[in-house]
Design a protein around this ligand. Structure first.
Ligand code: GDP
Length: 199
């Protein structure tokens, strides 16, 4: 786990609720059901820290977690995207909140974009990748639920995802492959977070 405690700080449904930008931040993004809550809980070494909310109306918040006491850095759980039945105004609100946050947050050092290993990068993911490129926020792609596919399928999706990452200016050329279920790739992900906040 991270050295020091992990504690939920606050939810920000709009930009004026953001915490003061006093420490570096690393944000986690991904489509709903990608396994983001499970991964955050695995990272923190704690269950129930990040909650999944599978209702479209309840997902439009940035959730902040303090790491360390005194706090050294923050993890930001970005609202999930890609709900099949999300109303247009909900999608629009998500875009404004996320785009404004990415563009205006000086303390945001990096984003980790979670991609379901079973599906690879989908059209809904390209939207956030383009927003990150446009905001000049460097990011790294993280495959989730790697335990759900075979080694051959994993090799194929890894290669395909790396090829796509190379087309995005702000993307790190390497992936992190994870499984919260099997606790795989968690140490590597934690190291990537620590590296991002120490620069
Ligand atoms: P979120 O909506 O992105 O926060 O996703 P969750 O973390 O709630 O996970 C969505 C579903 O995928 C849940 O049923 C999890 O149990 C499952 N899940 C998450 N991570 C893994 C994983 O690494 N392996 C497997 N097999 N299932 C996972």
């Amino acid at each position: 786990t991270f050295a020091g405690p992990v504690a939920f700080l606050k939810s920000a449904p709009a930009l004026h609720f953001l915490p003061d930008p006093t420490v570096p931040e690393v944000a986690f993004a991904g489509r709903s059901n990608v396994g983001k809550s499970s991964l955050l809980n695995a990272l923190a070494g704690r269950n129930g820290l990040a909650r999944t909310s599978n209702t479209p109306g309840r997902t439009q918040e940035l959730n902040f977690f303090d790491i360390g006491d005194p706090v050294k850095f923050r993890l930001v759980d970005m609202p999930g995207y890609g709900f099949a039945k999300a109303p247009k105004d909900v999608v629009k609100k998500w875009r404004y909140l996320v785009n404004d946050f990415l563009r205006g947050r000086d303390v945001l050092k990096r984003a980790l974009v979670l991609i379901d290993a079973r599906h690879g990068i989908k059209e809904v993911d390209r939207d956030i990748l383009d927003m990150l490129d446009g905001a000049a926020v460097s990011y790294r792609l993280v495959l989730t639920k790697a335990d759900k596919i075979s080694a051959a399928e994993l090799a194929e999706v890894t290669e395909r995802t790396i090829a796509e990452a190379r087309k995005h200016v702000a993307a790190h050329p390497d992936l992190i492959v994870t499984s919260s279920e099997k606790n795989e790739g968690i140490a590597e992900l934690r190291a990537a977070v620590l590296e991002a906040v120490s620069v």
